[in-house]
Each structure stands twice: as C-alpha cells, then as structure tokens.
Design a protein. Structure first.
Length: 317
C-alpha cells in the first residue's frame, strides 16, 4: 500500500489499526493539518489517546456526518492537544492545552490501575489546562521562555492535578513519563536547567546543584498512592561538543527502573543529596559529525538508588 501526501508541503498524518496476525490495515483515520503527534497510548479499554501539537484549526472528529469539534492554535505558534478515540477511531473528547504563545506537548504516560493519563508539555504564560471542566490554571514566568508541566487527567479528560517544573527552560525537555504496571510509581525523566521544583505537593524539593539543560537530567520517582516525591536521581552527562545526544527513556521494572539513552559518552549518577552513586562511559569527546563515537547505554537503577549493568554499548549508526 502506498500513501501519498496530497496537502502540499505540510504534514499529513494518520492513525492506523493493523491486524495482529498479518499486519493488514483494519482502520485508517486521516489527521490532515495536525502539526505533530508526540505521544500515543492504548488504555485498558482499547481506547486510543494521542498528544501532540497543532497551530491551525483541526476537526478532531473524523466522522464527516457528526458535529465538528475543532481545536485551533493561535496561528503564529502551536497549542498542545490531548485527544481520545475509541478502538474504532470514533471521537470521544479532546483538550486544547494552550493559549497565545508557544505551548507544546512532549509525551504522555498512562496509569491503567486508575485509568488516568499523564500529559507533559511546555507552556508560556497562564494556561487553563482543563478546558472541558472548571478552570485549572498553570502559570509560568514568560521571562524564562516558558516552562514544562505535567498534568494528570481522568478517563473523561478532566484535570486532577498539575505541576510546573519551574526551573526548566524552554529548551529543557521532559523526555518520558511512565507508570509502573502495579500502579504504585510514576517515573518522570527530564533535562533541567537551574533548580526545578520536583515535588508535586506544596513542599519544595530542588537539586542542590544548578543544571545546564543539555548536560543535566533528573529521574523523579513519585508515589502514586500519596502523590508525593519518593526518590530522585540526578545525572550529569559529558563527552560531547555542542548539543547532546538524542533521547532518553525510563522504564519501570519490579525492583527499580531502567534508563536507556544515547546522551553523551559518560553519565554520572547522583542521589537526591547529590552524592555520587556511580558512572558509566569513558567521557571521550564526540560530535554529531562523528556518530560512530556515540554510546548507547542501558542503566539499571534499583529502589535503593544503586546502579548496575552500566557498561556502555557502542551504537550502530
């Protein structure tokens, strides 16, 4: 099957449902005029939940016979969105997460135990992150160029909690958000600059050392029973010149979590008091023009915040 972009130079995106046995397309939904898709999850009822960015008007209800439901950015910059479809691609609800300014989705996580969704993204200024319910305003200082947030929604798309990582800059990304299979822990992986507040509650917990967004990461572990910060690991990366590697992902497992990354040729790990707990890699210098010198690392961190299986793997490029 060949799919052609018929809308000019702009993006043309689709949702596909494929047959498990032979990969045949069961259902296809055209998402023309949608700027990007950043995250996709399937919930416990096989509903499809997508986050991303949109700058022009887009009708999220793909059924032409039904009422139109449009999320529209301000034209000059993007809005984040969160949209839910059932397993047959029928529209259920959508949230426009943005206003005037550059508001951007990064990823989504899902808690199947509680049927709750975690949206992460960047906002500028004051944003109502609960457009389909009572106002829930998150606000950042525009002088820093925006900041990253995390918002928890229930299955109806109504905001339950929101938090601003106020020390992150516009270029310091929240890379990943994952909930453990037993629903006890939420893991958030992000770059940071300055000293972001990592605590969801009214308490404040910030790193003792300031970060530089492309050289410092945090992994925050939250207790979902109490919505409190359980533990934190800080990571310094080195070895590159200019910008760092591409991506990082964090994955829960029974005794801790795994970090998968190509971020620098050396990563040094620190506990919540910023005491060193281990490192991986040799710190050799590399550049993007010499990708053969990248490392991809898989790091296992247990619940006691000690690391193992940290030998870097030369990445095949």
């Amino acid at each position: 099957m060949i799919i052609t972009n018929t809308v000019g130079a702009g993006p043309k995106m689709f949702i596909f449902t494929l047959n498990n046995s032979d990969g045949a397309i069961i259902k296809q939904t055209d998402m023309t005029n949608n700027d990007s898709v950043q995250g996709l999850i399937i919930d416990k009822n096989d509903n499809i939940i997508i986050s991303g960015n949109v700058s022009g008007g887009y009708d999220w209800d793909a059924d032409p016979s039904s009422s139109v439901y449009i999320i529209k950015g301000d034209g000059a910059s993007s809005d984040g969105y969160l949209v839910k479809y059932d397993k047959d691609h029928n529209f259920i609800w959508a949230n426009d997460i943005g206003s005037v300014g550059y508001d951007d989705a990064t990823t989504i996580g899902y808690d199947k135990t509680r049927d709750e969704i975690y949206y992460t993204g960047m906002i500028e200024g004051a944003i109502n992150v609960n457009p389909r319910g009572d106002d829930f305003i998150l606000e950042v200082d525009n002088s820093i160029g925006g900041a990253y947030v995390i918002v928890k929604y229930n299955s109806d798309g109504i905001a339950q909690m929101g938090h601003v990582y106020d020390g992150l800059s516009a270029w310091a990304l929240l890379e990943d958000a994952r909930v453990s299979s037993d629903g006890t822990k939420l893991l958030v992986l992000g770059e940071y600059k300055n000293k972001p507040d990592l605590d969801f509650t009214d308490n404040v917990f910030k790193p003792t050392q300031e970060g530089s967004f492309d050289r410092n990461w945090f992994i925050a572990v939250y207790n979902l029973a109490t919505n409190t910060l359980h533990n934190t690991v800080f990571i310094e990366v080195s070895g590159f010149t200019g910008e760092s590697g591409n991506r990082g992902d964090v994955h829960p497992y029974s005794n801790g979590f795994l970090l998968v990354s190509d971020k620098g040729s050396k990563m040094s790990f620190y506990d919540k008091n910023y005491d060193i707990i281990g490192s991986v890699g040799d710190g050799h210098t590399f550049t993007h023009s010499d990708p053969a010198t990248y490392y991809a690392s898989i790091v296992k961190i247990d619940n006691a915040v000690s690391i193992s299986n940290t030998a870097p793997v030369a990445e095949s490029m």
